[in-house]
Structures are given as structure tokens and as C-alpha cells.
Ligand binder design. Structure first.
Ligand code: ADP
Ligand code: MG
Length: 570
């Protein structure tokens, strides 16, 4: 006989479980509340958070508001004004539709909702704590809705423990709010964290103006417009102007019918559109808005509604591919400068992008012919791995007594530089360089927040930055391992890499970013001298087989494997 016994969970337990699926962290609550404000047609949305949203979240909008009846009902599970039959699920045009967000938030916090629809006599205030109704009362309130969420997860201590630092939680919220601000340029967004206004963008008439507000004037220079229509399908937005892209995919945002989604298919289509246009190891930046008939997208596939499913995914793939391709083709001259047939694109400033130190040293070390150097090494002392040549302009093939090595040149150089920078950093002696004319640049809201939090840290690494008002900043000095333009790009990458990080991992991350930015790239031709130098330096590091990001640096093909393969074994 089975000893198992099934019992139904008490209502209050099942409610918390359900809530936990939708509301994972302060960001999820902000997301649901702001989506509600947008669904209610708001043109102004103010988000105020305390302690990264853990202590309180307040979202205030000037949307439609709710009647007394609706206000009392909206905190119940499965209470929604957005759909009423199952077939409505096939054509959803709002951001919300399940009618469970407010109930879920209320189940795990102390929630106060104030609203007025401009119709009746007076507004309504509803208060709930842990899902229990505390009060419903009359209040005077302007048309719109304000939801205040205090002490999120007060009754789910385990969940509370898993939250990240206040800064990290706030950064997550700000990043998403920035994305929404892009998608809804006609809405004014204000985000305040504690006393600090972290995002403030008045309503504007176009995505271009929003890009300008959010990322500064340079954004429009480095992007091209995408505007493509096919039947009822529309793709609009902005994407990288070749040849420069970004070092990772963090700047690719896809919106499907106003909803920010994560989608591999769209990423892949974008990547394909840029094949042959971008430098190696860089990814396009893109803010693309897809407008697709509601009946062709299923939005009900993910608990946080962060993914969608397309009815005809192949069609959507090619739609995006063609949309971006046709914009790129219109960019006169781009193709001629960077013809696809050339294969992996060489970095335009091969020599400069390499840390000057390391190669100057190499150059100085020997005025001899490389052949001489080579043979000298063979006769002479310690038999380290010996370079045989370069493969695909990306890998160094070397011979060691135990077998052959295939060394990833970028990862290897990263390892070498990382250790060198760590030594420099430990002694706090970053050699600085101050250009005559400071390098000017703009910061996005997230970068700005990271900058304010990390100002001293950055100075300790040799980056001195002055705020010029608005989003503009001037780089006064930087570590002299960089050229000016590089220094600026690295600073931006650093701001993102260290955002919300604690002290120690922060330093390691920053050093790894510097190493990555200054290391040789894949696709760069290296001469014998450089390869020799790099391999020699690599084997002096504490860990030649891993790069600072934890990726492998080399593959070994053992002598015994070679012999076995060639049936040389006796
Ligand atoms: P959903 O958005 O999936 O319908 P929610 O729990 O988020 O579910 O909200 C329940 C209902 O409450 C919504 O359908 C809407 O009618 C109403 N509502 C929520 N927030 C607002 C708001 N800011 N302004 C007007 N109505 C709102
Ligand atoms: Mg909702």
C-alpha cells in the first residue's frame, strides 16, 4: 500500500506559490505595473523605488483609472478587463491579459491602490496585505492610478534572501524602463530611485528623438534607420551602421507588438543580416519594433510574458533579415569598403588595437631576423612550445615535446594582459594619459547610474571623467594603454561590466574587460615575432589554459594521440 497521501494545499499557500511564478523580484512587479499603466493608455508614468524596490515600489499613471467596482475586483486572481473568452487569447493587443499580476503582487506584499476613472463622484483606495483585504475607501484622486507596493516578499523570506543588492535590482529595473521608454516615445517616463532621478524623458514624437534623449547624439550617428513593410507586417527601428558594432549582444532589443521579448530567432536573423558588414567579434546594436498581426503571435507561452511564439517563424526570420539587409544596402559605400568576399574582417587599426607595451617590448627585444631568433631558440635553452604558424588568422599552432598546441590568440593575449594589468592595479600605478582635448561622449541612463556609483573606482583605474551637464561627459584622462577612441569605448564597456557588482568581483571584472579590449582579436594576422612573444608570455602566466572569463585558451593534441592516429605505435 502506498504511504503517499495527497492533500489540497491551503488557499494561502497555493496563492503564494502562484504569485512566486509571476513575481520573482522587484523588477517583475515594476514590469507588471508599468504594463498596466501602458494598457490603460497613460501618457505619463512615474516609477519611484526605495532600496532597489525591496522596500517600496510606486507606479503612478494618468491612464484611464478604474471605477469603484473594478478597483475592488482588480486584485482578485483572474480578474481582467482585457480578455473574456478563450478565443480572445488568439488576438491579444494589450500587454497584460491573464488577470493575475495585481493579485500576485498583493499576495506577497502590502499593496495600496488608489484610482479614479473621472466618471463617478470620487476615487477609490484599496489596501491589501499578504492578499488579505484591509480596507476599501473613498479618496479624492486625480484621474489615473497609483499602486504602491511595500515590503515585497515580507511573507516569503526565502525569496527575499535570493534578491541581489539594491543597486543590482535597481539596475535591472532601469534597464527595462529604458527599453520601454524607447518603445513608447509618446509617453513621459520618470524613474526615481531613493532621492535620485535616474531616468526622465518627456514625451517626444519619434523613436529617433527618444534615442537622442536616452543615449545622446552619438547614438543616431552610429545607427541606421530600418523601415520595412510587407503586407500587414511592419518592422521599424534602428540598427548599427557598419562597420562598428558592440562587443556583446546586450544592446539588441526586440519588441513584438510593443512587448520586449527575448528571441533567438530574431537574434539569429539580425546576425545573419550583418554577415560581412561588421568587424569580427562584434555584434550589431539594434532596437527593432515588429508589428505583427495579433493572430500570428502567441504571447501566452511564458510566465513573465518575456517570450512569444510566431505562427510562422520562418517567415518572421526572413522578414527581419530582409528588413535589415535592405537598410544596410542603402548605406552607400558600405559594401565596397567591407566586401563580404574578404571573409573575416580585419580590424582597421591592427597595430594600434594591440596593447602598445607588449609589442614594443617584442620589437625592442630583438633586432635580429626572425629566422635567427628561431634557430637560436631551438639550439638554446629551455624548450617551451615552439610556434609553427597561424591558422585562420585566429589560432597559433605550436609544438611542445608532449604534442601540438592550438592556441586561441585572443584568449591567450587576454590571459597575458589580465595578469599584467592585475600587477599594475595592485600597485595602484596606472600610467595615465591626458589628451589635450578631452574626449566627449554621452551616457545612457543605466551607464550614468553605474558611473555615479563607480566614480572613485574608475579613478582608481586611471579613468577621470567630468560631468558636462545632461548626458554629456568628458574623459579627461585614461590609462595610457589606450588610444582615445578605444579608451572611451572601454570606459562604456567597463560601466556595463561592473554595474551592480560588489568590490572584489568588480575589480576582477574590470581587469578582464580591459584585457579583452586591448587583446589581439581573432582574424588578425600576426607575424612570427608576435606569435613567439605571445606564446612565451602565455606560459609565464599562472594559468595558460584559461582566459580571465573562464574560456579555454588552448587545445592539446598529444604526441601519443598523433602516433596512434597515424598507426606509428609499436
Ligand atoms: P491584466 O493586466 O492581465 O488584465 P492585472 O492583474 O495586471 O491583469 O490587472 C487587472 C485589471 O486591473 C486589468 O485588466 C485592468 O482592468 C485593471 N488595471 C490594473 N492596473 C490598472 C491601471 N494602472 N489603470 C487602469 N486599470 C488598471
Ligand atoms: Mg497586467
Amino acid at each position: 500500500m502506498s504511504v503517499q497521501k495527497i492533500s489540497l494545499l491551503p488557499e494561502e499557500v497555493s496563492r503564494k506559490i502562484a504569485a512566486g511564478e509571476v513575481i520573482e523580484r522587484p523588477f517583475s512587479a515594476v514590469k507588471e505595473l508599468v504594463e498596466n499603466s501602458l494598457d490603460a493608455g497613460a501618457t505619463e508614468i512615474v516609477v519611484e523605488i526605495q532600496d532597489g524596490g525591496k522596500k517600496s515600489i510606486r507606479v503612478h499613471d494618468n491612464g484611464s483609472g478604474m471605477s469603484r467596482e473594478d478597483a475592488a475586483l482588480c486584485l482578485e486572481r483572474h480578474a481582467t478587463s482585457k480578455i473574456s473568452t478563450a478565443s480572445d487569447l488568439l488576438r491579444i493587443s494589450t500587454l497584460g491579459f491573464r488577470g493575475e499580476a495585481l493579485a500576485s503582487i498583493a499576495a506577497v506584499s502590502h499593496l495600496v491602490l488608489k484610482t479614479f476613472d473621472g466618471q463617478g463622484e470620487i476615487g477609490t483606495q484599496v489596501e491589501r496585505k499578504g492578499g488579505e483585504l484591509i480596507s476599501v475607501q473613498d479618496i479624492a484622486f486625480p484621474r489615473g492610478t497609483r499602486v504602491e507596493v511595500r515590503d515585497l516578499f515580507f511573507n516569503l523570506p526565502a525569496r527575499r534572501k535570493f534578491l541581489r543588492s539594491d543597486k543590482a535590482e535597481a539596475a535591472l529595473i532601469l534597464r527595462w524602463m529604458t527599453a520601454m521608454a524607447l518603445a513608447y516615445p509618446g509617453v513621459r517616463f520618470l524613474v526615481v530611485h531613493g532621492q535620485r532621478e535616474v531616468l526622465n524623458c518627456p514625451a517626444v514624437g519619434s523613436v529617433a528623438e527618444r534615442l537622442f534623449q536616452l543615449f545622446g547624439k552619438e547614438a543616431l550617428h552610429r545607427l541606421v534607420e530600418v523601415d520595412f513593410r510587407e503586407g500587414a507586417h511592419l518592422i521599424y527601428g534602428y540598427a548599427s551602421r557598419p562597420p562598428s558594432g558592440r562587443p556583446d549582444r546586450a544592446h539588441q532589443l526586440f519588441f513584438v507588438n510593443g512587448r520586449l521579448v527575448k528571441d533567438r530567432l530574431l537574434q539569429a536573423a539580425l546576425q545573419q543580416a550583418y554577415r560581412g558588414y561588421l568587424e569580427k567579434d562584434s555584434y550589431p546594436e539594434a532596437y527593432l519594433f515588429l508589428s505583427i498581426p495579433a493572430s500570428d503571435v502567441d504571447v501566452n507561452v511564458h510566465p513573465a510574458k518575456a517570450e512569444v511564439r510566431f505562427r510562422d517563424s520562418q517567415f518572421v526570420f526572413y522578414l527581419l533579415l530582409r528588413a535589415v539587409e535592405s537598410s544596410l544596402l542603402q548605406q552607400k559605400g558600405v559594401k565596397e569598403i567591407y566586401p563580404i568576399s574578404r571573409g573575416p574582417l580585419a580590424h582597421p587599426r591592427v597595430e594600434e588595437s594591440v596593447s602598445p607595451g607588449i609589442y614594443e617590448e617584442a620589437r625592442e627585444r630583438d633586432g635580429r631576423e626572425t629566422g635567427e631568433l628561431f634557430s637560436a631558440r631551438e639550439e638554446g635553452a629551455p624548450a617551451g612550445p615552439r610556434v609553427l604558424g597561424q591558422y585562420l588568422d585566429s589560432y597559433i599552432i605550436a609544438a611542445a615535446p608532449e604534442g601540438l598546441l592550438i592556441i586561441d590568440q585572443h584568449n591567450a593575449h587576454e590571459r597575458v594582459l589580465f595578469e599584467r594589468y592585475r600587477a599594475v592595479d595592485a600597485e595602484k600605478r596606472w600610467p595615465e594619459r591626458a589628451p589635450l582635448i578631452p574626449v566627449l561622449f554621452d551616457l545612457s541612463p543605466s551607464q550614468e547610474l553605474s558611473f555615479e556609483d563607480n566614480r572613485e573606482f574608475l579613478e582608481s583605474m586611471g579613468f577621470r571623467v567630468e560631468a558636462m551637464g545632461g548626458r554629456s561627459y568628458a574623459l579627461q584622462s585614461f590609462p595610457d594603454i589606450f588610444e582615445e577612441e578605444e579608451a572611451k569605448e572601454t570606459l562604456l564597456a567597463l560601466l556595463e561590466a561592473i554595474e551592480g557588482e560588489e568590490a572584489l568581483p568588480k575589480r576582477e571584472k574590470a581587469l578582464a574587460t580591459l584585457a579583452c579590449r586591448t587583446a589581439v582579436k581573432a582574424g588578425q594576422t600576426l607575424n612570427r615575432e608576435k606569435m613567439d612573444y605571445l606564446v612565451e608570455e602565455l606560459f609565464r602566466t599562472s594559468n595558460p589554459s584559461l582566459c580571465p572569463h573562464g574560456r579555454p585558451v588552448l587545445l592539446r593534441l598529444d604526441k601519443s594521440q598523433i602516433e596512434r592516429g597515424l598507426k606509428r605505435t609499436t
